[in-house]
Design a protein around this ligand. Structure first.
Ligand SMILES: [Zn+2]
Length: 329
């Protein structure tokens, strides 16, 4: 038995009350962004544009401000060892934003978002292999900028040894971009990332959010969401060059060049880059690098390398309890 719904008079039409309500909601949303959300933590800049990309902590804060919580559902799981060289894993997640209610019989969904993540995304499929240190055995050898020798970077738990450019125990090793031999070890990472993307997507569908923030373009391309997006009003209403953030925020937006997508050019680019490429927050970046702020970063290229290397560990580490639980299932 389904209830036949008919459109009542005035429903789905413009009204003075509706316009007033919308304006109030947008004003409140602007207040939320200005007074509560924090740049580089709740949202970050998409390099090469003036767009603000909503990050996971920001999505959670917006959802909470709407008096809601998110409920993710894994809709599709593909785990196929026969695909490719080392196998293939894909998760597709639907996330519902549900109104908090003391009454367990009511369940009001305010917004729905989708997200996916798979092991063939470049950042998961490949890793930047470092040569093993002949002294301490850690995979931690970097090329020295001065003189072209090698060193085992102490900042990333290395032993600090230096080696000449002719050191055969290093030059004989394969390093650089290699395919990840065991995508299954990171299955939980893909699942968490798919959930994250779905939650951010859902938060952006709450009224007013799309006016301030865009979706991370990289995630957009990889999760196949774009074709399913509702028609254009929100994009037309918020061209990247005129994101309606408070003026002072726009004024201080770091001017990040497109080339810094892969290689930040200045320490100031580091946080937006880490947020974008690894969805790391500022404190997580500082923790990885062992610094208090980006001004303390001695070697930008080495810092980028350290963040790239540490990314898997950080995500896995923060979900270690679930990892342990998952091994049984
Ligand atoms: Zn070493």
């Amino acid at each position: 038995m389904t209830n036949a719904m008919t459109v009542r008079d005035g429903e789905g039409e413009l009204s003075v009350e509706g316009i007033k309500h919308t304006k109030e909601q947008l004003d409140l949303f602007a207040q939320l962004v200005k007074e509560t959300l924090v740049r580089d933590q709740d949202y970050g800049v998409i390099p090469g544009t003036n767009s603000w990309s909503l990050l996971k902590p920001g999505a959670a804060n917006i959802i909470a401000a709407f008096g809601c919580h998110s409920e993710p559902f894994i809709e599709t799981t593909t785990i196929d060892p026969s695909i490719g060289t080392y196998g293939f894993i894909n998760y597709e997640v639907r996330c519902e934003i549900v109104l908090n209610s003391p009454d367990p019989t009511t369940r009001l969904v305010r917004a729905v978002g989708h997200g996916a993540c798979n092991s063939y995304e470049d950042k998961y499929r490949y890793r930047n292999a470092l040569a093993k240190c002949p002294a301490c055995g850690r995979e931690n050898i970097r090329v020295s900028k001065q003189g072209g020798g090698f060193y085992c970077w102490a900042k990333t738990d290395g032993c600090g040894s230096n080696f000449s450019a002719a050191e055969e125990r290093i030059t004989s090793q394969v390093s650089g971009k290699v395919e990840n031999e065991n995508p299954f070890e990171q299955a939980n990472t893909y699942k968490k990332m798919a959930i994250k993307r779905a939650e951010v997507d859902a938060a952006l569908r709450l009224p007013g959010a799309a006016r301030f923030f865009t979706q991370d373009m990289e995630a957009n391309e990889s999760d196949g969401e774009a074709p399913q997006s509702p028609p254009q009003p929100r994009r037309a209403a918020s061209p990247p060059s005129r994101a309606p953030l408070p003026a002072e925020e726009v004024g201080t937006a770091p001017q990040v060049s497109r080339s810094s997508l892969l290689n930040p050019k200045r320490p100031g680019d580091l946080l937006p880059w880490a947020a974008r490429t690894h969805e790391l927050t500022g404190p997580q970046v500082f923790h990885i690098l062992g610094v208090q702020n980006t001004g303390e970063v001695p070697d930008l290229a080495a810092a980028v390398q350290a963040i790239n290397d540490a990314q898997g560990q950080v995500i896995e580490g923060s979900y270690s309890d679930e990892d342990a639980n998952n091994t049984g299932g």
